[in-house]
Design a protein around this ligand. Sequence first.
Ligand code: ATP
Ligand code: MG
Length: 280
Amino acid sequence: MTVIALASSKGSPGVTTTALALAWVWPEVATSRRVLVVDADVAGGDITTGYLRGAVTSTDGLLGLSSDRSGDATAALWGHLIALDDDATRLLLTGVSDPAQARSLVGTWPNLASVFAKLDEEDAPVDVIVDLGRIGSAHEAAVLRQRADHVLLVMRSSLTSTASARSAVRRLAEERSAAQNELLGFGCLLVGECQPYNRAEITAAVEAPVVATIAWDPAAAEVFSTGSPAGWRFSRSPLLRSVRATAAALLPATTPTQVPSAQREPIPAVSGAHGRGVAT
Ligand SMILES: Nc1ncnc2c1ncn2[C@@H]1O[C@H](COP(=O)(O)OP(=O)(O)OP(=O)(O)O)[C@@H](O)[C@H]1O
Ligand SMILES: [Mg+2]
């Protein structure tokens, strides 16, 4: 089980888009392992209104999990997921729609981090991609960041993005050493290299490695950010090709790739999510 936490330091560089794109390619790259996207953006998640175009309400998911008193935390998590495809390979835990709801999740974040750690003991091992939104928000899911295997700051290549990323990297580095977490990976995901700065220039400026670059591809990005229809070349788009390379770089070589038969209740699929006219 690998937990990948994506966050931003300023603006909207593409955290949600990149998280969903990673989930899209994950079963291809991780040879049929499941992937769970957690919308943990306390400013209000955009996945249900964007990618899913309102096909589900956001009142369950994390909020449902936070009020679940059934006792078995792992079972509770499974009970509040929705599937983004028919075979439940890509799963989603929806987030809050209003920042005011985030306060009620403060006690949920540590429990969720503990459940993630048990997911490989499950009948169907799952890797986790967490959309943390912007670092420093009130009631943010800092514990998910502190206990992740990879913490990746999503950024653009502008001077503004670079300046705020530099401060955030310092903060994350301090947090990482305080938490004494031996992270597998820590660095930046650069969305749109050479607009205007290149990878080497960004690495030097933010004093952290650029783990991967994500292609600048507005058309493919809109499939994930607004739920716009995917064209026939979507699967071979620059965005997905770059995200496949990113996913391969993030997977530990030792990750087991078999999916044992699932024993749990089937997870309801959202109609029109990954199946929405997409050529794969
Ligand atoms: N690789 C990309 N190429 C081109 N445009 C992109 C790319 N990634 C994201 N975008 C666009 O950038 C905008 C913001 O993307 P997104 O919502 O994913 O950002 P975010 O960091 O999650 O923002 P927020 O903090 O507001 O939630 C969207 O219009 C999206 O289509
Ligand atoms: Mg977002």
